[in-house]
Design a protein around this ligand. Structure first.
Ligand code: SDX
Length: 388
C-alpha cells in the first residue's frame, strides 16, 4: 500500500472533485430541481415562459431585471436591444478573416473580445456600465453568430433588421431566408430554455472571472470558452455527430454496445444536477419529431429515440437521462443550420443568464478563491542541475 502522503490544509480536507455540491452564493435567478426534473426562472417554469408568447426578450428581461415586464416595458426593451444589434466594421472584417478556418466558438470568443477593445468604457466596472455592455452583447452575439455561418458558407454578411424579433432576425442573418412563423417560434423557445441554468460550468467561469472586477467582455469570453467544451455546450454538436455516425436506426443497438464496451460517454445524456429527465429535453422531444419529419430527417429522430431507450434502460437507474443537448441538434439540423453552429446558438441564449448572474453578484462582490489540499512534497532538497 503506497505510503499515505501528508495532506497539508488547515481545516477539513473533505471535498468532492469538480466542486460537486459546493455552494458558491445565494441567488434568486433560477432553480434547477434535479430530483424532479424542473427548471424555474425567477419563480416561473420554463414551460410557462415558452407558452407565454413573450419570446426570448421577455425571458432575458425577467432574468436580468427580476420581474416579468409590462407590455410597455417589454416593447421598450425589445426596441433597445434591436437598436444595439449592429456590429462595427472591424468586427465584421475579423469574422471574414478568421471564421472560415476556425471553430465558430473561437470566432465568437474573439469577436466579443474585439468588441471590448473597441469600447472605451470596457473597464468601467459598475452595475450600470456592465448592464449597458450586457444589453449590447445580448443584441450583438446573434449578429456575430449569424455572420459567422454566412462567412463559413462563402456568403456575404447580412446586417440586422431591427423591425424583426431577435429570433427572426437571428435566423435571417444566419440563413439569408425569412424563417416561417413556426421556425421562428421554435428558435425563440430554444433560446428561452437555453437562457439560464444555475451554476453551470460556463456561468461559473464567467462569474469567477468577473469576481476579480475585470471587464464584462473578459468574463463573457471565459464563459464562451467553457461552453465550447463537449462536456458542456459542445454536447449538442457532438450528439448530432453521434446520430449521423449511427446513420441507420437498425444499427443503434450495435453502436451502443460498442460504446458501452469502450466505457464511452454517450453525448446528450447525464447531468451533474438532474437525476431525472432534463425538462428541456422533455420540451424538445416532440419538436424534434415534428421538425425531423418536416425536413425528411426522421431517421435521426428514430435513432435518438432508440438510443434513449437503450441508455435509459442501462443507466436510468444511475440517474442518467437525456439532457438539453440530446434533441436540440436534430431540430437545428432540420432548420438548415450547420452542425458546428449549434454551440454558438447556445451562447446566443446563455448571454442572458451569464449577464444576470454577474450583475446579481457584482453589488456585493467577493473574489472567488477556493483552496486545494496539498499532497506534494514539503522539504525537497534542491540539486544543482548538473548533479540531477
Ligand atoms: C450541459 O451544468 C449544467 O447545468 C449544464 C447545462 C446547462 O444548461 O448549462 O445543463 C448544459 O452542459 C448539459 C450536459 C451536456 N453534456 C453532455 O451531454 C456530455 C455527456 N455527459 C457527461 O459527460 C456527464 O453526464 C456530465 C459531464 C454532463 C455530468 O458528469 P458528472 O456529473 O461529472 O458525472 P460523472 O462523469 O461523474 O458520471 C457519473 C457516472 C459515471 O459512471 P461511474 O464511473 O460512476 O461508473 O455516470 C456515468 C459516468 O461514467 N455517466 C455516463 C454519462 N454521464 C455520466 N455514462 C455514459 N454516458 C454518459 N453521458
Amino acid at each position: 500500500m503506497a505510503e499515505e502522503k501528508p495532506r497539508q490544509f488547515v481545516g477539513s480536507t473533505e471535498f468532492k472533485k469538480g466542486l460537486e455540491g459546493a455552494i458558491t452564493n445565494e441567488s434568486s435567478i433560477s432553480y434547477v430541481d434535479g430530483a424532479n426534473g424542473k427548471l424555474i426562472y425567477r419563480g416561473y417554469s420554463i414551460d410557462d415562459l415558452c407558452q407565454g408568447g413573450g419570446g426570448y426578450e421577455e425571458t432575458a428581461y425577467l432574468l436580468i431585471d427580476g420581474e416579468l415586464p409590462k407590455r410597455a416595458q417589454l416593447e421598450a426593451f425589445k426596441k433597445d436591444l434591436a437598436g444595439r444589434r449592429a456590429i462595427p466594421q472591424p468586427v465584421k472584417d475579423l469574422i471574414t478573416q478568421i471564421a472560415p478556418n476556425t471553430h465558430p466558438m473561437n470566432t465568437l470568443r474573439t469577436a466579443v473580445s474585439m468588441l471590448g477593445c473597441l469600447n472605451p468604457k470596457e473597464f468601467e466596472v459598475t452595475v450600470e456600465n456592465d448592464l449597458d455592455i450586457a444589453m449590447s452583447l445580448t443584441a450583438q452575439i446573434p449578429t456575430i453568430v449569424g455572420a459567422t455561418q454566412r462567412v463559413r458558407r462563402g456568403e456575404s454578411i447580412i446586417d440586422p433588421d431591427p423591425s424583426r424579433s431577435l429570433s427572426e432576425d437571428f435566423m435571417h442573418m444566419m440563413t439569408g431566408k425569412d424563417p416561417d412563423p413556426r421556425t421562428a417560434e421554435v428558435m425563440d423557445m430554444a433560446l428561452i430554455i437555453h437562457a439560464e441554468h444555475g451554476m453551470n460550468a460556463s456561468t461559473f467561469s464567467a462569474m469567477v472571472t468577473n469576481s476579480s472586477l475585470t471587464d464584462l467582455y473578459s468574463s463573457i469570453c471565459a464563459g464562451i470558452g467553457s461552453l465550447k467544451g463537449p462536456l458542456h455546450g459542445g454536447a449538442n454538436e457532438a450528439t448530432l455527430k453521434t446520430f449521423t455516425e449511427i446513420g441507420d436506426p437498425a444499427t443503434t443497438e450495435e453502436w451502443f454496445s460498442a460504446a458501452k464496451a469502450k466505457k464511452q460517454k454517450v453525448m446528450g445524456f447525464g447531468h451533474r444536477v438532474y437525476r431525472a429527465y432534463d425538462p428541456r429535453a422533455v420540451i424538445f422531444d416532440p419538436v424534434a419529431k415534428e421538425f425531423a419529419e418536416r425536413a425528411g430527417t426522421g431517421h435521426l429522430y428514430e435513432i435518438a429515440k432508440k438510443l434513449e431507450a437503450l441508455v435509459v434502460a442501462d443507466l436510468g437507474g444511475k440517474g442518467i437521462f437525456p439532457n438539453v443537448d440530446f434533441f436540440s441538434g436534430v431540430i437545428y439540423n432540420a432548420m438548415g443550420i450547420d452542425t458546428d453552429m449549434f454551440t454558438p446558438i447556445f451562447a446566443v441564449a446563455r448571454i442572458a443568464g451569464w449577464s444576470a448572474r454577474i450583475l446579481e453578484y457584482l453589488p456585493d462582490n467577493r473574489l472567488f478563491r477556493p483552496r486545494a489540499v496539498y499532497v506534494g512534497d514539503l522539504e525537497a532538497q534542491y540539486v544543482p542541475i548538473d548533479e540531477r
